[in-house]
Structures are given as structure tokens and as C-alpha cells.
Unconditional design. Structure first.
Length: 334
């Protein structure tokens, strides 16, 4: 740590010198502009890479000449990683012609990423460009939109189970891709905010808030995954007719879990300690009691091989309530 004293110049100006080594390392000279940002806790950040325009980040992905089984190279994963790390221009190159299979991997990969398009394509090169600004979609709006999709998936997955609606179950599974796309966009935004103070300032978030947003984004993505699993198991128990009493119990448990996630998200939005405590101390014990009772009733029923899937669906509803507690717990820590 380098401690330096303030110097007063004139009646209202204060100066502090910058370390010579830092100036040289960042290739600065007299007259060069630097940006100064104030964080929410009162600290100042000096950014040596200040520009009026956002810097375009570029990366090149080289497809290996020969892909060995244990090489670890995965083109789709490389594209996703470059997107998440905030690269705006992604160039995919190969010393030989890019194969049709590799081109298909590129197209399928970018379908899962918001704002990225193919802008140039030749025999040995594919150029991708992210056309969406990092700050175009506010974080809170992005998370709110993602949650709405996940919550509807939850509702529809239970409806599909109780009504035996295979078409609705398949639609739930398809919508998981929409949640993944928004999740990847949120991670990209958060990484950019952590790496660049200018972006963080535009987005109105601090480093600590970025950590919270990252946890929330992953939690919401988990909610969608759990709803997808319920829908998938609904397809596996094709023809199952739940007893009315069991169907009502599962619906009641689902409504409690859905209410918990909604209250947890509202607690975050309104910074309500009251709602957070209700989710953790009131709703959680209530749903556990209902789940235990329902399991006892299922054991007495005659569901045969289908029982394992019904038990798994109850586990998913239990985990949805746990995720809601995790989200509410963020309020308790603040």
C-alpha cells in the first residue's frame, strides 16, 4: 500500500500525486486524460484507460488442426465463454476449411446468446459480433424478466402434471432456453461491470451488488431448471392419473413454493426485511410439513414405478423453496 498526502493548491483545489511506476506501466504522459469514479462507499477509482467511446473487445478462437478425444477443446463452450467474458467481436479461424458440423455448432451456440450475430463467413473464418450494448438492458429489469419466465414455467409444469398435458410439458422444457439466454446476458453484464468501472457506473452497481446479482441470477436459473425437470418427469409418467387428494396436495405445495419465490424477489426489490423473514421463518417450515405429509400419502397409494417420479417432483418443489430462502437470505445479510 502506498500512502500519499493531499496538497492544497489555491483556495479550493486539492492534489495528490500518482506513483511513477503506475504511470509508466500504463503508458501515460503529461496531458493524458484519466477517469475518476466514486464508489458507493466513498472510494475513488482512477481509470487509466479512459476513452469517450466504449472499447471494442476482440478475441480469436482457433480451431485445432486435429481434435484429439482428450484435448478438451469444445467450440460451443469456447464461444459461450468468450461471450460471457464480454468480448464484442469473436473471430473463429481454422487453417483448413471449417466443416459443416463446426458451422452448425457455431449457429446453435449463438442461438443461446442474446445480441450476437454472424457478420462474416468464409471458408476458413467466421466472424461474430455482439450488437447489444452491455448497458442496454438494466440488470434489475433483466432479472425481473427472467424470473417471470421461470415462475410461469413452474406454474405450467405443475398444471401439465395434474392435467396430463404433454404438449404443455414440452413447451416448459423449450422455454428453458429463453431463461438460459437471459442468464448468460446477465453474467456477461456483471463480468463487464466488475472489470470496467465505467460500465459499473453506467449500470449503477457496486462490486458488492454485482456479487449479489450473480447469486440471484443463478438462483432464478435454478428455478427454471427445477421446473424443467418437473415437466420432463411429467412426460415420463405418461398416462398417470393422480388421486384427487394427492393432486390437491401437490398443487398446494406448488402454490406455497411459488409464493415463496415471488415474495423473495419482492423482498429484494423493496429491500423488505419483513418479507424476507416471512419466507425464511414462516413459509419454509410450512412447506416442509406439507411435503412430509404428502410423501406419507404417496407411500400408501398404488403408484408402482411412477412413485419415484412423484417423489422427485416433491424434491424439486422442496428445492424451489430452498432457492427462495437463499434469495431472501441476501436481504438478511445486508
Amino acid at each position: 500500500m502506498d500512502v500519499r498526502k493531499l496538497q492544497k493548491v489555491g483556495k479550493s483545489t486539492f492534489l495528490v500525486s500518482l506513483p511513477k511506476e503506475w504511470v509508466i506501466k500504463n503508458k501515460l504522459s503529461q496531458g493524458d486524460p484519466v477517469a475518476i469514479f466514486e464508489t458507493t462507499d466513498g472510494n475513488l477509482i482512477v481509470d487509466p484507460k479512459y476513452t469517450e467511446r466504449d472499447e471494442l473487445k476482440q478475441v480469436t478462437i482457433e480451431i485445432p488442426k486435429t481434435k484429439k478425444i482428450n484435448s478438451g477443446f469444445d467450440l460451443g463452450r469456447e464461444i459461450t465463454a468468450a461471450y460471457l467474458f464480454g468480448y464484442d467481436s469473436i473471430s473463429i479461424g481454422s487453417e483448413k476449411n471449417i466443416s459443416p458440423d463446426e458451422r452448425e455448432i457455431v449457429k446453435k451456440s449463438i442461438q443461446k446468446l442474446i445480441g450476437i450475430e454472424i457478420v462474416e463467413e468464409t471458408a476458413r473464418k467466421i466472424s461474430l459480433q455482439c450488437l447489444l450494448s452491455t448497458t442496454a438492458l438494466p440488470l434489475d429489469k433483466s432479472l425481473e424478466r427472467t424470473y417471470r419466465i421461470a415462475a410461469q414455467m413452474h406454474k405450467d409444469s405443475i398444471t401439465a402434471l395434474i392435467e396430463g398435458d404433454e404438449k404443455l410439458a414440452k413447451l416448459v422444457i423449450e422455454r428453458d432456453d429463453d431463461v438460459d439466454r437471459l442468464y448468460f446476458l446477465t453474467v456477461r453484464q456483471l463480468r463487464a461491470a466488475v472489470q470496467d468501472p465505467k460500465i459499473a457506473k453506467k449500470m449503477g452497481v457496486s462490486p458488492i451488488e454485482c456479487l449479489d446479482y450473480r447469486v440471484i441470477a443463478k438462483s432464478i436459473e435454478n428455478l427454471a431448471d427445477l421446473a424443467t425437470d418437473i415437466a420432463d418427469r411429467t412426460l415420463k409418467v405418461k398416462g398417470l392419473k393422480l388421486e384427487p387428494s394427492i393432486a390437491n396436495l401437490i398443487l398446494e405445495i406448488s402454490n406455497i413454493a411459488l409464493d415463496m419465490s415471488a415474495k423473495a424477489m419482492e423482498a429484494l426489490k423493496s429491500h423488505s426485511m419483513t418479507l424476507a423473514i416471512e419466507v425464511i421463518e414462516k413459509c419454509r417450515p410450512k412447506i416442509l410439513e406439507k411435503i412430509d405429509y404428502t410423501r406419507e400419502q404417496i407411500e400408501r397409494g398404488k403408484y408402482g414405478p411412477w412413485a419415484v417420479h412423484i417423489e422427485a417432483i416433491l424434491d424439486n418443489l422442496d428445492r424451489i423453496s430452498e432457492v427462495s430462502v437463499d434469495i431472501a437470505d441476501l436481504i438478511m445479510r445486508r
